[in-house]
Design a protein around this ligand. Sequence first.
Ligand code: TXA
Ligand code: MG
Length: 362
Amino acid sequence: MESWQTQLWQVSPAEPGLKQHPGIREAAAWLRKGYPIAFPTETVYGLGADATSPEAVRRVFAAKGRPGDNPLIVHFHSPREVPEWVADFPPAAQKLADAFWPGPLTLVLPAPTGRIAPEVTAGLDSVAVRVPSHPVARALIAATGKPLAAPSANLSGRPSPTTAAHVLEDLGGRIPGVVDGGPTRVGVESTVLDLCGGQVTLLRPGSISRQELEQLLGQPLQVDPALEGEVAQPRSPGMKYRHYAPRGRMLLVEGPPEGVRRHILEQAQAGLQQGEKVGILTTAEGEQVYHRLAPAEQVLVLPCGSSRSPETVAQNLYACLRRFDQWGATLIYAEAISAAGVGEAVMNRLHKACGGRIQIEG
Ligand code: TXA
Ligand code: MG
């Protein structure tokens, strides 16, 4: 793999005329030459490459250390372009696109042969597409003049980046540049729906919630069995990899909040006595329960948003997981939150990040 002095271009999403911004123009020039560039979307930062260039797409897999059998999402500038890149754009896709594009929704559709590099779809006969709403992402795609294949811009297996600093932590020296548009708004990756085969199946929950989707479609979503537990051959290849994981051992504690916190307090005490560096992932509402734990240098309590607003938990989740790593947590206890709305996406990511789950009875 090539090594780089990774450049950073500051581009404020609020600036007018973004497509002509010198940072966007330089980044687009790299992309047109077949090199990967990281950029912000409304969900997380992506590592983009020209989706029509096999060489460019191979560089994305190499920079991330991503297994070649895990396909990428193709990002378009406008919803109008998408139908010409897929074999079929069924009425349900049109309805979803009208309601949620540009925005954090990915659709898996039957792929045509030809224009999209085969590396993008990892040999599947379907392709994942989305139209991001972030002004910097849209300007970059427009300036490049090509759809961009982009996975999250983290090293494979690590939490997705929600700031340019997170991208540099993982990919500094491995890619030519990062467009810095500030912290991302949503904080967890897009909702992924599979529309191949006449049904609408939820492959990955995101900020567009199951409730909103079912209301629009007028019927319940099918749910990929891989979301409910382990299966050998999930339809979304990404589901089979352990993901989003901090380096320390993380345990997820579910149940009524008081019982959960009492359990974590006891277990944290025991862990401290055994010399662990204990991390606790809680919310603004739970934080002070843990103040009685000492000594402070052996415990890191991170309030991740408010349990009354799952949006704020989603926004801060990955930054918290990365902080536990930097601090050197060896054992992490995470409080579960309610799975309503974007809480379903938060709980999905916590399940995948955790080495074990503990259920407290009410
Ligand atoms: O919000 C997002 O979706 C971010 C930003 C950068 O757009 N991207 C992202 O990409 O999360 P990535 O590569 O980290 O996750 C893509 C997921 C993986 O689980 C992959 O297996 C699945 O989408 N996927 C991609 N193409 C697929 C296909 N043809 N069939 C089924 N699943 C697919
Ligand atoms: Mg990812």
